[in-house]
Design a protein around this ligand. Structure first.
Ligand code: 5AD
Ligand code: SF4
Length: 456
């Protein structure tokens, strides 16, 4: 069998796309291998979101060129493919900078991989067509074996692309306009995953809560309705969705957090900044107070919900007092976790042309201060779990023998010692200790299990 090594950078959609490409290539006689050494085909599934992500790709390609040369000396012909968002944004420029690359394929063209690989056998090839000619309708289903190997938690793309045009962001250019997959297609995929043991699905999209897919009889379904249908699939016990925009938190979606037991009480809802002036310059289309009120409504629907966010520091024009507004928002909301980044000007985005770029040392200092606050709240959230009993879905073997690792409904990693359980079990766990990245606990005794419907 031929061997393919796939390395994905960036977001969860790239993880999903990497799996779909593995499924396509498996039909072509390729099996996946964990290392590039010895592979016949090496595929980098790339991210364009910040400049640093792009530089990583070129560094990696330099190493792969050396490997390709070394393998050729041993009589093995290695093909290098660049897929994903750098492929989309830079196209043929990639092969100019790194001639060892045989094929460049964008995120909307990878269903054509077999034909493109055949073409790349004789000449360097680029396919970065953006219009979606129903890519999803052309993707082979994963085999039950592939599903089981990937584990009991799965990502499913339900929406792709973005029409929001935040001033800093490349996504509308790399992933294209918003597109929602039809309900029936998504359901077929999830039913298949569940039949092979998947219990936990995360519905993904760059702007997932803007989902508006074609439902039965041609009706348009929103995300809440879709999740109600997903919750009916036997075996699916946990549902999540990511990433959402505050403007698209519809009333029925907020209500689903109250009414849908399978919907986990954890929501990633990026706000990016706490200053109205900066939010307006970012074209986020909401104020900091609108975000605060939205969080209040979500918490009223689901009081134990945990929240996370993304933040950008040093957006052009951000003053000290704008930055203080961000810190204040972080302290007020008390996010369970968050990602934070220095602003990175991206070619072709409106913000790249703004004056008043913030000095690098100011950005570094702000990022440190922000991360200190984010970490403080993350630790507080994790430590507040100590002594509580929570349901943990066991997903993988732990760090030590007899340990299994899983997740709480709030997406925290938990390690427990158990000899009577296996991966896929849901167990009630008393949290005994909070480490820096994991919680540690023991199985709860019968009188320590909270009654159903009550938070522990
Ligand atoms: N610079 C820095 N961070 C960015 N993000 C998106 N574009 C940029 C950029 N140009 C961050 C946002 C987004 C996350 C996925 O990446 O916070 O939510
Ligand atoms: Fe990176 Fe955005 Fe592309 Fe995901 S969609 S890989 S975050 S640029």
């Amino acid at each position: 069998m031929k061997k393919v090594h796939i390395k994905s950078f960036g977001c969860q959609m790239n993880v999903y796309d990497g799996q779909r490409m593995a499924d396509i290539l498996s039909e072509q006689g390729y099996e996946e291998t964990a290392t590039p050494e010895g592979a016949d085909l090496i595929l980098l599934n790339t991210c364009h979101i910040r400049d640093r992500a792009v530089q990583k790709v070129y560094t990696e390609l330099g190493k792969l060129r050396d490997l390709k040369v070394a393998q050729k000396a041993n009589g093995q012909h290695t093909k290098i493919v660049v897929a994903g968002c750098v492929a989309q944004a830079e196209g043929a420029e990639i092969q100019r900078r790194q001639p060892a690359v045989d094929l460049v394929v964008g995120p909307q063209a990878y269903h054509r991989l077999p034909a493109l690989l055949a073409e790349a056998a004789s000449r360097r090839t680029v396919d970065t067509d953006l219009p979606i000619d129903d890519k999803f309708g052309h993707l082979p289903a994963p085999t039950p074996k592939a599903i089981r190997q990937r584990g009991i938690s799965a990502f499913v793309t339900v929406q792709e692309g973005c029409d929001k045009f935040c001033a800093f962001c490349v996504v509308p250019y790399t992933r294209g306009a918003e597109f929602s997959r039809p309900v029936a297609q998504i359901m077929t995929e999830i039913e298949r995953l569940a039949a092979s043991g998947v219990q936990d699905v995360t519905l993904i999209g760059q702007n997932v809560n803007a989902y508006h897919g074609e439902g039965p009889g041609g009706a348009v379904w929103g995300l809440a309705r879709l999740m109600q249908r997903v919750a009916e699939v036997p075996g699916i016990g946990r549902i999540r969705y990511t990433t959402s925009h505050p403007r698209d938190m519809a009333d029925d979606l907020i209500a689903a957090h109250r009414d849908l037991p399978q919907l986990m009480p954890f929501l990633h809802l990026p706000v990016q900044a706490g200053s109205d002036r900066i939010l307006a310059a970012m074209n986020r289309k909401h104020t900091a107070d609108e975000y605060r009120r939205l969080i209040e409504r979500i918490r009223a629907a689901r009081p134990d919900i945990a929240l996370s966010s993304d933040f950008i520091v040093g957006f052009p024009g951000e003053s000290d007092s704008d930055f203080e507004d961000t810190l204040r928002l972080v302290d007020e909301i008390g996010f369970a976790s968050s990602y934070s980044f220095k602003y990175s000007p991206r070619p072709g985005t409106p913000a790249a042309d703004l004056g008043e770029q913030v000095a690098p040392e100011v950005m570094s200092e702000r990022l440190l201060r922000l991360q200190e606050r984010i970490e403080h709240h993350r630790q507080a959230f994790n430590h507040a779990m100590v002594g509580r009993t929570v349901e943990v879905l066991l997903e993988r073997v732990g760090r030590h023998p007899r340990q299994l690792a899983g997740k709480t409904p709030y997406l925290q990693a938990v390690q427990i010692e158990t000899e009577s359980n296996q991966i896929g079990d849901k167990v009630q766990v008393v949290i005994e200790r909070a480490g820096s990245n994991s919680l540690f606990g023991r199985k709860a005794g019968p009188d320590e299990v909270p009654r159903k419907g009550l938070a522990a």
